[in-house]
Design a protein around this ligand. Structure first.
Ligand SMILES: NC(=O)c1ccc[n+]([C@@H]2O[C@H](COP(=O)([O-])OP(=O)(O)OC[C@H]3O[C@@H](n4cnc5c(N)ncnc54)[C@H](O)[C@@H]3O)[C@@H](O)[C@H]2O)c1
Ligand SMILES: [Zn+2]
Length: 368
């Protein structure tokens, strides 16, 4: 087992990563919290694959455990589903001393975290991520959110968990498409911050599952994210680097309809686009472009999107039809392993680059 600390003053927490660790580590973490009532938030898929898993793990711990099972999917990451969590918390008489456990991927983590941060003005919560994406990214760092029809993650809060337990065995049941999508956020951490880590990922294959690789890669990935979050928890600046690939990624998710493409797939295409823009602006060399693009494309599949005009593109990027501004902060690379924030990149420029990108790489994004 590997262990990592996220050092935020007054809100530090531990992340454990390993195989077959949850049954020992989770009851201990619940005990540390001295709660009498645990509410598990999960979804129908996990409940079917791992029936009452957390409930059974905590059976001997003397705490009451209630399980809230939500419908599965990005399209349910919204205020209506969140409302179901609040109704459930009320029904089971949860209170300020209750502890919430998110048992699922990023969608469950984001919604459970939001509920924990707002229910009776905040109750503690633990993340038990079950997808590669949530292992390497969403379970760490404290961003919570739901989607609005006009923009991804536009309603959210910051709420750090008390503890994160990354149990690698859950990856055995994760579909290959989800695994590849999650790997994108892991590669992102190498691309923006750590070339050695990126090169390390290139020396291993993702499938068949190699748990030694996964433990080390997830550890290094979480460490990169944790260090950034420690320096800039609420994204005043530096943390925005983690949004590498997300400007176009979120546009793809919203335009295609939530759930059509996986977050990691959309972000993967967005990372390739941002790398393309970096190369076109001479921020990175042709060699770097070749190396990064061939690393990313092996995990990407063609994303088909409805044709869009400039206004649609602009509104999706700015999340606001009435916005006066015409520019966004855009994350570029200036070498492999180093990103930077390009402030106020004009949407017109991004639109031109997007059209060129789509023309040159129809195997990545196809407009129909
Ligand atoms: N808060 C953050 O900092 C942050 C960071 C990155 C992404 N996100 C969010 O995370 C979400 C994506 O997360 P995700 O990729 O985990 O998607 P997800 O939560 O939808 O999970 C993907 C699918 O895998 C299923 N699943 C989960 N664990 C499984 C397992 N062990 N075996 C089989 N199936 C399993 C789920 O039921 C779902 O159908 C997006 O909404 C994204 O916006 C948040
Ligand atoms: Zn992401």
């Amino acid at each position: 087992m590997k262990t990592l600390k996220v050092n935020l003053p007054g809100r530090e927490y531990q992340i454990d990563i390993g195989q077959n660790i949850l049954d020992i580590q989770l009851p201990k973490a619940v005990k540390r919290n001295s709660t009498a009532h645990v509410v598990v938030v999960t979804n129908t898929t996990l409940q079917e694959l791992y029936p009452n898993f957390v409930f059974n793990l905590l059976a001997d711990s003397g705490v009451k455990v209630s399980t809230c099972v939500l419908p599965d999917g990005e399209k349910y990451k919204n205020l209506d589903t969140l409302s179901m969590v609040f109704d459930f918390l009320m029904d089971v008489c949860a209170n300020r001393k209750s502890l919430l456990i998110a048992f699922g991927g990023g969608v469950i983590g984001d919604m459970a975290g939001f509920a924990a941060s707002t229910f009776v003005r905040g109750i503690p919560f633990i993340q038990v991520p079950t997808t590669l994406l949530s292992d390497v990214d969403s379970s760490v760092g404290g961003k919570t959110a739901v989607n609005h029809p006009s923009g991804k993650n536009t309603i959210g809060t910051f709420k750090q968990p008390e503890y994160v337990c990354i149990e690698l065995s859950f990856l055995k049941t994760l579909p290959s498409r989800e695994l590849k999508a999650g790997h994108m956020e892991l590669l992102k951490h190498g691309l923006i911050q750590d070339a050695d880590f990126f090169n390390y990922t290139q020396q291993h294959s993702l499938e068949p599952l190699d748990f030694d690789y996964l433990e080390e890669a997830i550890f290094r990935s979480c460490k990169i994210k944790a260090k950034i979050v420690e320096k800039d928890e609420t994204e005043k600046g530096l943390r925005a680097n983690l949004n590498f690939g997300h400007t176009l990624g979120h546009l793809i998710e919203t335009h295609a309809g939530y759930g059509k493409y996986l977050h990691g797939e959309a972000v993967g295409a967005g990372m390739l686009f941002a790398t393309f823009v970096s190369w076109r602006r001479n921020e990175i060399t042709l060699n770097e472009w070749d190396l990064i693009s061939s690393a990313l494309t092996q995990y990407l599949m063609p994303l088909k999107l409805l044709k869009m005009d400039f206004d649609t593109f602009r509104n999706l990027i700015l999340h606001d039809k009435k916005a006066q501004k015409q520019a966004v902060n855009f994350i570029l690379l200036n070498k492999l392993g180093k990103s930077f924030i390009f402030p106020e990149m004009s949407v017109e420029i991004l639109w031109e680059e997007f059209n060129l990108f789509v023309q040159e790489y129809p195997g990545i994004i196809r407009l129909e």
